[in-house]
Write a protein that binds this ligand. Structure first.
Ligand SMILES: NC(=O)c1ccc[n+]([C@@H]2O[C@H](COP(=O)([O-])OP(=O)(O)OC[C@H]3O[C@@H](n4cnc5c(N)ncnc54)[C@H](OP(=O)(O)O)[C@@H]3O)[C@@H](O)[C@H]2O)c1
Length: 292
């Protein structure tokens, strides 16, 4: 079984560099495919309140522990609160509700999913959850540098990661440098859309196909090898067990400095611009207890 390398976060805790993301997966898909991922050796799972599949994730994880496939301490489970949960008193309640849905005593990483609403109020609840042992590490997602700084201004515990769009066409070099400077420590990037969310044209970038040809790897594997070299954490989503295995095997693909540099020359543009003001879907209050 492939050994998955880890990065050490700024709180001294290790995070597996590659995981399995369950965005846009129904509970049934999670029940079918997450066990396959765990069998193949995945130990890091990325979900969220807003994915409406935490109950299924918890079921699979508890079953895998009960049958001896994995030990809880070998798993790294991330979930995320949505802005409706950020006001302090609400965050205190919703962290407990999240653990209850997952059926777990703690999660390894809890993120604020979107940079809207009362995130500075809720950060204290996140820190208290760490002190109470309900959450091991806390971080952010989709936070631009100005809002990241607002969290630092109230934080006793600094965010360990910012989960943002990142891939060869949006390498986030600028945000990384800004965050590390503002936090005076390393803040790791977790890459969403790590493979371009199914955009085939990303796989056809000449710098990527050239490296694929030299190494004998697929274009997707070259992109994942680039992420690893860039110290980005990834959790590509796939329902295809062959792709799950390919993505693990990408950890053994070694790119040259020249190949990494060529990939970093790809013109930059995000797929999605995080708006300053909340879009409608973030202000809609959702009932996460309603999960199939
Ligand atoms: N925080 C946020 O706001 C946010 C936003 C988006 C995503 N995320 C996280 O990031 C994770 C990944 O994002 P994503 O699913 O949107 O994008 P992605 O992983 O970049 O793309 C998924 C697509 O890549 C394909 N794929 C996966 N492995 C492949 C391989 N080896 N070869 C060829 N194609 C492959 C999949 O198709 P097949 O099924 O055919 O393999 C699917 O179409 C999510 O699950 C979630 O955990 C977070």
């Amino acid at each position: 079984m492939t050994t998955i390398p880890s990065f050490t976060m700024n709180n001294g805790i290790d995070i597996p560099a590659l995981g399995y993301g369950v965005f846009q997966m129904t509970s049934d898909q999670v029940l079918e495919h997450l066990p396959q991922a765990l069998e193949l050796g995945y130990r890091h799972i990325d979900t969220a309140n807003a994915y409406f599949n935490e109950v299924a994730v918890g079921e699979v994880v508890r079953d895998a522990i009960a049958t001896g496939t994995v030990k809880r301490e070998d798993l790294f489970i991330t979930t995320k609160l949505f802005p409706q949960s950020y006001p302090y008193a609400q965050a205190v309640k919703d962290i407990d509700a999240t653990l209850e849905r997952l059926g777990l005593d703690y999660v390894d990483l809890l993120l604020f999913h979107q940079p809207y609403g009362e995130y500075t109020s809720g950060w204290k609840a996140m820190e208290e959850a760490v002190a109470a042992g309900k959450v091991r590490s806390i971080g952010l997602s989709n936070f631009p540098i100005a809002k990241f700084q607002e969290i630092l201004d109230v934080a006793d515990i600094k965010p360990v990661v910012n989960q943002v769009e990142a891939h060869p066409r949006w390498n986030q070099h600028e945000l990384k440098a800004q965050m590390d400077q503002a936090a005076d420590t390393e803040v790791l990037v977790e890459a969403w859309y790590p493979l371009g969310h199914g955009d085939k044209t990303l796989l056809e970038e000449p710098a990527i196909t050239a490296a694929a040809q030299r190494t004998g790897a697929t274009a997707a594997q070259v992109i994942l090898a680039w992420h690893l070299a860039e110290k980005n954490i990834t959790f590509p989503k796939t329902l295809n067990p062959a792709h799950m295995a390919d993505n693990l095997a990408a950890l053994d693909v070694k790119l040259t400095e020249a190949e990494i540099a060529a990939i970093n020359e790809i013109p930059q543009a995000p797929y999605y611009v995080v708006p300053d003001e909340p879009p409608t879907f973030t202000t809609t209050v959702m009932d996460y207890s309603q999960q199939a």
